[in-house]
Ligand binder design. Structure first.
Ligand SMILES: [Zn+2]
Length: 363
């Protein structure tokens, strides 16, 4: 079913590239268009094969039927060889291509990695409870990437344009590439530390951030559960030092790749032990403790890239080989997408509790 729906999305991107594709990705399409079409063709054939098997074996019949119908619909739209029209880029667009590519490759990679490496929760299935909600967050966040970029860039340029120092930017540009990379990570992580701590300590901000802490299961998908307001605010703030220090494109590109991979890895269900590297890099174990509802770990481990600011400010918590027992908010928050969207403004929590430890207000 998933392959069928992804195929429809991919064919729609081919037919309506102006509205549905991400400008940053488009440069690669002209170079790899034939390869992308071939991958889509192979995926569609595999999708038909899997759907027919599930129908024949009487297993998950309705999912097989939806998958088959989706692939038929994708074929009617032109399939992998749908024509790519000439287009001009409208200012508003949806990152449907980014959603399809990221979901396909990240999903495939982590489902495979969780089979190869030891898992934190050994018996956690791929389709664990609330996977549909996190998939919805994944989809919405990817589709709105254009709006987030536009808003956060306007915020950084509009409010902090006056603070740009050509001298400072020239000094940064003259640094060796590796030092620029370290500097962008440290600058972003300092903003991350301060803003993340504020999310935990200011009641309204905590309700916004509690959405991200609400999953009771950690995996590659659970980190996507973020309130839209938090994404917009955090990205805008992180863009400020990046904008002021004037990092060149190659540093920003390296930073985006690093952050995209690390943010998925640290939420994943992979029980990776990285030895002394855990004092240099934020690891899955470090960030799992941040999501723990175990009393020993509440309000700890705020850093996103390197634990240095947690070490400096005394909020570092990383027992040698232990992992948390429970995850999620201590006080329960609502369960659906719309209820979670309005939760920071209404503060209305459900009456039925599914949190593990009533009492504390944050984790
Ligand atoms: Zn947090």
């Amino acid at each position: 079913m998933a392959i069928g729906l992804l195929s429809v999305a991919a064919v729609l991107c081919l037919r309506y590239p102006g509205w549905l594709s991400t400008p940053e990705l488009r440069a690669y399409y002209s170079a790899y268009l034939d390869l992308l079409r071939l991958v889509l063709a192979v995926a569609m054939v595999a999708g038909v094969f899997l759907a027919v098997i599930s129908l024949c074996l009487n297993r998950r019949k309705h999912q097989g039927a939806i998958g088959l119908s989706a692939i038929l619909f994708a074929t009617l739209l032109g399939g992998p060889y749908a024509p790519l029209p000439e287009f001009t880029q409208p200012s508003a667009y949806l990152g449907l291509d980014w959603l399809v590519l990221d979901l396909f490759f990240t999903g495939a990679a982590f489902i495979a990695l969780e089979r190869v490496f030891p898992r934190v929760v050994a018996k956690q299935p791929i389709l664990r409870p609330e996977w549909q909600l996190d998939l919805l967050y994944f989809g919405v966040n990817h589709l709105l990437i254009g709006a987030f970029l536009l808003a956060s860039t306007h915020f950084a340029h509009g409010l902090f344009g006056w603070a740009v120092s050509p001298w400072l930017q020239a000094e940064v540009a003259a640094l060796p590439a590796i030092l620029r990379f370290v500097l962008v990570i440290l600058a972003a992580d300092l903003v991350e530390y301060v803003s993340h701590r504020a999310y935990h300590e200011v009641p309204f901000l905590w309700r916004l951030h509690a959405v991200h802490h609400s999953p009771h299961h950690m995996d590659w998908l659970s980190g996507s559960r973020l309130h839209l307001g938090e994404i917009l605010a955090t990205r805008s703030l992180i863009l400020v030092p990046i904008f002021l220090l004037g990092f060149p494109q190659d540093t920003i590109f390296a930073y985006i790749i690093f952050v995209s991979v690390q943010s998925v890895v640290i939420h994943s269900n992979l029980a990776l032990h990285l030895g002394q590297l855990r004092y240099v890099l934020v690891t899955p174990q470090f960030h799992h403790w941040h999501h723990a509802s175990d009393a020993e770990a509440l309000d700890r481990n705020y850093c996103a890239h390197t634990p240095i600011f947690d070490l400096l400010f005394g909020t570092f918590h990383l027992p040698a080989k232990r992992w948390p027992k429970t995850y999620g908010t201590v006080k329960p928050i609502p369960g659906g997408f719309l209820a979670q969207f309005s939760y920071p403004f209404t503060g209305r929590a459900p009456t039925a509790t599914y949190g593990s430890q009533p009492g504390a207000d944050s984790d």
